[in-house]
Design a protein around this ligand. Sequence first.
Ligand SMILES: [Zn+2]
Length: 253
Amino acid sequence: MRIRYASAPGDGCGNEDLASSGADWAFVLDGATAPPDVDSGCRHGVRWFVATLAASLAAELALPCHRPLPDVLAHALERTRAAHGGTCDLANPDSPSSTVAMVRHSGPALEYLVLADSAVLLPGPGGTVTPVTDDRLDHLPGGRPYTRALVRSARNSPDGFWVAGSLPEAAHQAVTGTARPPGLRFGLLTDGCTRLVKHYGHTWHQLWQHLEKRGPESLIARVRDNERTYGAERGKRHDDATALVGAFAPVSG
Ligand SMILES: [Zn+2]
């Protein structure tokens, strides 16, 4: 296998994205930044949550049995819940949470899981690419701009959207599937990079070509160029941005 990734902080204090990979898996996480005046009920914070979820996912993915990816994520969320140590209010709707975009090599195929607004890219024959996205956050009642109260009430609810937080059941609401992209190649992106498509008019095909041919660092530089030139449509001018590109086909030599 071969994996390359890059990650850059946005306007906030520190990068709440995280990328990780092993022999037959890779994922990116994007921690949800809580507004500074909101009490999340957690004394640890978003970066701790993302780091702990990443370590828990890596541990679950290292187990010899290949459980379905939603079960892997659910068990990782249970480990992360336990790691709070009983000092935090995990029923708080603003408890730290994260998006997940994950792939695992499984026999001749590649399994994927997407929860909230990170994305998996899967190339097809003839230079095509299929994005796997979870767009439920884009379709809350009333449309954007969302109020903070709406987002809070919609988080991890059947009529709203799902994220990886204190509720392990959310894992079973993820977008999942199996694919056989040529060379078992794939890309993983947080929304700091998918804004090239969502806000700046690039196609998924252009994004994939840039990622695979010029690499993750160059893709993030492209994002920053667009942000400086055109400004942010909403939210932060520069968001945490993470791009990972990889292939699970055997590396010769
Ligand atoms: Zn905590």
